[in-house]
Design a protein around this ligand. Structure first.
Ligand code: SF4
Length: 148
């Protein structure tokens, strides 16, 4: 079972288009999860609110006895500033609404990626010329070509 925070679904889709990027030196976990999905797209994937399988290898996932809002025993920069954590939380809730699923929803990874593409094709559209938008569009096309 792959555990992913909702917005990491979209990072995986972008990464399927780009392959490993410079950002992956920081977010090392996304390439690991992307590779796992490419090797076995039928593995179950579950949406979680806490640290996920992409966080495990991330250099921002640091041991911290106090824990943080994303989980115990570790902290992450995205959770240490309340305003940022609040925005990340809002984004995750927005994604759940867009996909019409709840926390703990699970299905084969391939189906989750198609659900994301079908229900939230406008992800990153607030900046249509931005790198994330272009990567996402390319990722959507690549996934459709690869698995349909
Ligand atoms: S540890 Fe934090 S920055 Fe790293 S992947 Fe997880 S949520 Fe993102």
């Amino acid at each position: 079972m792959i555990k992913l925070r909702p917005y990491h679904l979209f990072a995986v889709i972008r990464q399927i288009a780009t392959g490993p990027t410079k950002e992956d030196e920081i977010f090392k976990g996304i390439p690991v999860v992307t590779q796992r999905i490419l090797e076995n797209p039928d593995e179950e994937l579950e949406l979680v609110e806490c640290f996920d399988d992409a966080c495990v290898d991330c250099i921002r996932h640091v041991p911290d006895g106090s824990g943080c809002v994303w989980g115990k025993d570790f902290s992450c920069q995205s959770a240490l500033h309340l305003e940022r954590a609040y925005k990340v939380g809002q984004d995750m809730e927005r994604i759940l609404r867009k996909l019409d699923v709840e926390w703990g929803a699970h299905m084969p990874a391939r189906e989750f990626l198609f659900l994301a593409i079908e229900k939230y094709p406008a992800r990153y559209a607030e900046n249509p010329d931005g790198a994330y938008r272009k990567q996402y569009v390319a990722g959507m096309e690549k996934i459709k070509a690869m698995w349909k």
